[in-house]
Design a binder for this molecule. Structure first.
Ligand SMILES: Cc1cc2nc3c(=O)[nH]c(=O)nc-3n(C[C@H](O)[C@H](O)[C@H](O)COP(=O)(O)OP(=O)(O)OC[C@H]3O[C@@H](n4cnc5c(N)ncnc54)[C@H](O)[C@@H]3O)c2cc1C
Length: 472
């Protein structure tokens, strides 16, 4: 198991990263990108070890294959606790990579059985490489996709989806780009998997592979971190945030042993969905922890304003508590009623997707609840520079005084502002809808897999055997 510093040192590996139009020489030392690197590094200061029988040594618990309900419950707790220790901000560093490795393990066996390939052995070797070296892994699933009404092979620019350019003696060459890759620029490995089901004509896009983050031709363009740079009174983003990248593959060479799917189009959908199910289980687990930020800020803002006993404020708090606990309930239900697949426990997709959908559809109300409780001050409070200016501080503190001292209320309202009325709020509003798959993706999964037989039989029973004949 590595230390935070060993991890940070490993990021100085010649990777190609851009931030606000400039190349970043060393991501860990960059004033902004470095915060995301140090956030990732926190993982290495936590107790994560478990003795792996498969690998014959102690590795991170993130790389523990879930074999049943107890393992999934432990994984839920691991993700939840890690998020809490990172100030309520998800730490994706080994979570998403292990989600992808579990999905690759399940699906590669099926591809091998159908197509006579040897992907499962390669996945096992790569798993050993990642787990025993305690590496962090970003997952690039979401392609840039071009015109959404067109399938991959119909796109005018074939780079809209990651695809194989060339098969060489020792591997493949791939091109295209993936969007929104969380922590791409500060991870050590990148796994690419398909974003959707593929038809035969999309075979070149049915591709899964892994490369180190410093692979030649791999380029990361980091999103602007407005929550840190545009809010001088931030209290959270200076400590923890995760970045996303536009991840460009410009003729990246992938050695054969790191290719896990190549043109087996019939299995692209299964890989996309199995990964999504694991990753949404991770999502409801971290989102439950992140919700504590909103519960805590709503409660403290109410107390600072002296309104904690008002009925509408209690309603606000109840709404945010329910949001959190529904995430948790869905994770627990999904773990307890897991689906067995070749010795792996996959979280129950129905309960996972219901939790994820609830999160998608109700996060806006959580933000509303905090805004309503905190008051307009979250939009209009003076900047940190004013709060720090001795000429102004006395006035600001005096006029911020409510049920608590002015300085105490300023501290709480800075947090409320960051959560409910800042660039970070905008980022979170988008994240809670799109990250870990769109609303539509969860709805489709829910309806597609729902067994309607029991409910229809009940209604048919009430109506009689042939309800249509009874009508006039
Ligand atoms: C903060 C954040 C972090 C993320 N992290 C990762 C990550 O680490 N790795 C990763 O791979 N991805 C990541 N994602 C990507 C995430 O999974 C996608 O944002 C999500 O799947 C939606 O895809 P999109 O953004 O391309 O939206 P779009 O697909 O462009 O969706 C926009 C709208 O178009 C609709 N739409 C799309 N296609 C069609 C169609 N054919 N017909 C009708 N309607 C359509 C959608 O339903 C939606 O309403 C992240 C996203 C966010 C916001």
């Amino acid at each position: 198991m590595r230390t935070p510093q060993q991890f940070l040192d490993s990021l100085d590996d010649g990777r190609e990263v851009y931030y606000r139009g400039r190349k970043v020489e060393n991501v860990a030392k960059h004033p902004v990108v470095g915060v995301a690197a140090r956030h990732a590094a926190k993982l290495f200061s936590f107790e994560r070890g478990f003795p792996s029988e498969e690998l014959g040594e102690e590795v991170s618990q993130y790389y523990r294959f879930p074999r049943g309900a107890a393992d999934l419950m432990a994984r839920h707790k691991l993700v939840y606790d890690t998020t809490m220790r990172c100030n309520g901000v998800f730490n994706i560093s080994q979570a998403i990579g292990s989600d992808a490795l579990f999905a690759l393990t399940a699906v590669s066996k099926k591809v091998d059985a159908a197509a006579g390939t040897d992907y499962s052995g390669r996945v096992r070797d790569y798993y050993r490489h990642v787990a025993t070296k305690d590496l962090t892994v970003a997952v690039a699933q979401t392609d840039v996709k071009g015109d959404r009404s067109k399938r991959p092979h119909e796109q005018p620019d074939r780079d809209a989806y990651l695809h194989v350019d060339e098969v060489t003696d020792d591997g493949i060459v791939v091109s295209g780009a993936k969007a929104h890759t969380t922590q791409g620029a500060v991870s050590e490995e990148v796994i690419a998997i398909p974003t959707r089901a593929m038809s035969e004509r999309d075979a070149d896009y049915a591709l899964a592979c892994a490369v180190p983050a410093n692979a030649r031709g791999l380029k990361f363009i980091v999103r602007p971190i407005d929550e840190l740079e545009g809010n001088s009174s931030n209290v959270l983003s200076g400590k923890d945030f995760e970045l996303e990248t536009l991840t460009i593959f410009d003729r990246v060479k992938v050695p054969r042993e790191r290719v896990f799917m190549l043109r087996e189009h019939a299995f692209a959908g299964a890989l996309a969905v199995t990964f999504a199910t694991y990753h949404r289980f991770t999502a409801v687990s971290y989102r439950a922890a992140t919700s504590n930020l909103f519960i805590g800020a709503t409660s403290l803002a109410a107390k600072a304003n002296g309104i904690q006993d008002a009925s509408h404020v209690r309603d606000n708090l109840q709404l945010v508590i329910m949001y959190k606990e529904l995430m948790r309930m869905s994770a627990i239900a999904a773990a307890q009623t897991y689906v067995e697949d070749g010795g792996l426990a996959i979280p129950n997709p129905l309960y996972t997707n219901i939790g994820k959908l609830y999160s998608n559809q109700n996060f806006g109300r959580v933000v509303d609840a905090l805004n309503d409780t905190a008051g307009g001050i979250v939009s209009t409070m003076p900047a940190q520079e004013d709060i720090d200016n001795p000429e102004e501080h006395g006035y600001i503190s005096k006029y911020m005084t409510a049920a608590t001292s002015g300085d105490e209320r300023i501290a709480v309202m800075k947090m409320a502002k960051e959560l409910a009325a800042s660039s970070f709020t905008g980022y979170l509003l988008s994240l809670m809808i799109h990250a870990e798959g769109s609303v539509q993706a969860s709805k489709l999964a829910l309806i597609r897999d729902y067994n309607l037989t029991e409910a229809e039989a009940l209604v048919n029973g009430v109506l009689g055997a042939k309800p249509a004949e009874k009508r006039p």
